[in-house]
Design a protein around this ligand. Structure first.
Ligand SMILES: [Zn+2]
Length: 319
C-alpha cells in the first residue's frame, strides 16, 4: 500500500507525517524552518528522514498533501499571500514537485487542512457539514458543506478572522481596522483581557493572576478553572468573544452545519470554553437549528493539518 506525505508548514517549523489511505498517521516528525532556504531545506531533510525511518521514498510515497498559512489558490497551487512565510504570488506547487521529486502534489491553506483532518478521522468524522474555527495566532476558519470543502472562487474561503466591524480596540495587520482576530485570537485574547481589566479598574480580578501585566490565554483558562469559574472572569471572556459568538451565529444561519469545531491554541480552555460558546451562541440562532447543532473541540491536536493535507491529496479536490 502506498503512502501519502502530509506536510503542514508553519511560520517556524513544518510538521511532516506519513499517512495511509485510512487516515492513520504512521509516523510524524518536525523540520525546523531554514529562513534563507525554506523549501530546499524542508525537502532535503524530509526525504532523508523518511528513508531513515525505513521507508523507500521513491516507491512508498505516492503523493504529497501540502498545507501552508495564508491566502492559497488551491487549484493552481500558488501562495497568493502569506505574511507568516513572507511569500507573495509564489508557485509553491511547481517548486515542491521539483524539490520533492513527486508529480502528485496538492496544496491548500493550513486551517482548511486541519478542518479536513478533523472531518476525516477527528471530531467531525460523523458529520457531512461543519464549520471550523481555529483560534491561534490569528483566527482561521474552514467550511465543509455536504462532504465538500468550500474553497470559494479564488480558494480563499474560510478567512473568518477578517472583515466587518467586529471590534474597535485594535487595527488589523491585514489593512482593515476592525477585524475579529485582533481581539479574539488566542494570541490577542490575553492582550484584550488586560486592556479591559485596566480600563475598568478591575483590581479584584487582576489579583488572581501572578503577573497581571503579562496575562496569556493559558493563564486565563487556568485561573478561571482554579477559582471555580468566577462570574467576573466569565463576563470578561464573554465581552471579548461577543463578536465571535455573533460571527458563529450568522455562519450557522447561513450554512446550516451539523457542528462547530473549535481548534488551535485558544481551544486549550477546553470544555469550559465550549460551555461558554454554546451558551452564548445558541440564543442567537433560531430554535429549529439550535436544537440540532453540536459544538465540539478539535481532537487531533497538532496532527490535524498533516492528516487533512493527506486527505485533500488523495481526494484530488483541486481538479
Ligand atoms: Zn484583518
Amino acid at each position: 500500500m502506498r503512502k501519502i506525505l502530509g506536510i503542514d508548514l508553519g511560520g517556524t517549523s513544518a510538521k511532516v507525517g506519513i499517512v495511509n489511505q485510512f487516515g492513520e498517521l504512521e509516523t510524524s516528525f518536525v523540520v525546523k524552518n531554514d529562513k534563507d532556504n525554506l523549501l530546499e531545506n524542508l525537502a532535503m531533510k524530509t526525504i532523508n528522514k523518511v528513508e531513515e525511518l525505513g521507508y523507500n521514498y521513491d516507491i512508498d510515497i505516492e503523493r504529497i498533501g501540502f498545507a501552508c498559512p495564508g491566502f492559497i489558490n488551491h487549484e493552481k497551487g500558488i501562495v497568493v499571500l502569506s505574511g507568516n512565510l513572507n511569500l507573495e504570488n509564489f508557485d509553491i506547487k511547481t517548486t515542491i514537485k521539483k524539490l520533492f521529486k513527486k508529480q502528485e502534489v496538492h496544496v491548500l491553506n493550513d486551517v482548511n487542512a486541519a478542518a479536513l483532518g478533523e472531518y476525516w478521522i477527528g471530531a467531525a468524522s460523523r458529520y457531512s457539514s461543519g464549520l471550523f474555527y481555529w483560534l491561534g495566532t490569528g483566527i482561521g476558519g474552514a467550511i465543509v458543506s455536504e462532504n465538500k470543502l468550500v474553497s470559494g472562487e479564488h480558494g480563499f474561503a474560510g478567512e473568518f478572522g477578517h472583515g466587518g466591524k467586529m471590534q474597535t480596540l485594535y487595527k488589523c495587520n491585514c489593512g482593515l481596522d476592525y477585524c475579529i482576530e485582533r481581539t479574539c485570537s488566542a494570541v490577542s485574547f490575553g492582550k484584550t483581557f488586560m486592556k479591559l481589566l485596566k480600563d475598568n479598574n478591575l483590581t479584584s480580578i487582576s489579583k488572581l493572576f501572578d503577573k497581571p501585566n503579562d496575562i496569556t490565554m493559558e493563564d486565563i483558562a487556568r485561573v478561571y478553572k482554579a477559582n471555580n469559574k468566577p462570574q467576573e472572569i466569565r463576563a470578561l471572556i464573554e465581552e471579548i468573544y461577543q463578536p465571535l459568538f455573533n460571527h458563529m451565529a450568522i455562519m450557522i444561519q447561513a450554512l446550516d452545519p451539523a457542528l462547530i469545531v473549535i481548534g488551535g491554541g485558544g481551544s486549550g480552555m477546553g470544555t469550559d470554553l465550549l460551555e461558554i460558546i454554546e451558551e452564548n451562541v445558541k440564543p442567537l440562532i433560531v430554535k429549529i437549528i439550535r436544537d440540532e447543532i453540536t459544538f465540539d473541540l478539535a481532537s487531533l491536536g497538532n496532527n490535524s493539518g498533516i492528516v487533512g493535507a493527506a486527505y485533500y491529496s488523495i481526494n484530488n479536490w483541486d481538479y
